[in-house]
Design a protein around this ligand. Structure first.
Ligand code: DQA
Length: 158
């Protein structure tokens, strides 16, 4: 059956991820956020998902977008950047969204400074993918597709 409307996945990116490509390439690689977005769209087509890809340097924007997912998305892929390690507000918004969240990090946060070991996102995430660069976003899309297929919440459309 050809779907009339595809499940929407919010892919939300936090502070300084707009600088990928320029920012610490030894840690984050040479891919830009636009490159990652394009790869996500290519994969989403094959998975019958629609991607809404966003970035903000402001915590409140990310909180609002996570809240909006409750009505407008079937799932969320979240790289909260540094807010991962500080944001009770994002933790609470995820709980309220009642949508599956895959936490993504380009770098392996457990192989870096100890202040990156703790995440406020992990306890409310379905899973975490870290250390695979931009490929992690594509892996997260595949994981979400599996979750939606199992829970049949893929009917949530925007
Ligand atoms: C990051 C890891 C965070 O610790 C850092 O603050 C970032 C990027 C990552 O994708 O590896 O901004 O989330």
């Amino acid at each position: 059956m050809i779907p009339t409307a595809l499940p929407v996945i919010f892919i939300l990116n936090g502070p300084t991820l707009n600088m990928l490509g320029l920012r610490e390439p030894a840690v984050y690689g040479s891919e830009t956020l636009a490159d990652i977005e394009a790869a996500c769209h290519r994969r989403a087509v094959l998975l019958n998902l629609a991607v809404d890809f966003r970035q903000s340097n402001h915590e409140g924007d990310l909180v609002t977008w996570v809240q909006d997912a409750r009505a407008h998305a079937a799932g969320i892929i979240l790289n909260a950047g540094a807010y991962t390690h500080t944001s009770v507000a994002l933790h609470d918004a995820i709980r309220a969204s009642e949508r599956p969240v895959i936490e993504v990090h380009l770098s392996n946060i457990h192989a870096r400074e100890s202040f990156r070991y703790h995440s406020y996102i992990t306890p409310v995430a379905a899973g975490i993918i870290a250390g695979f660069g931009g490929q992690g976003y594509v892996l997260a899309l595949e994981a979400l597709e599996g979750i939606l297929a199992r829970t049949k919440t893929g009917g949530q459309h925007s």
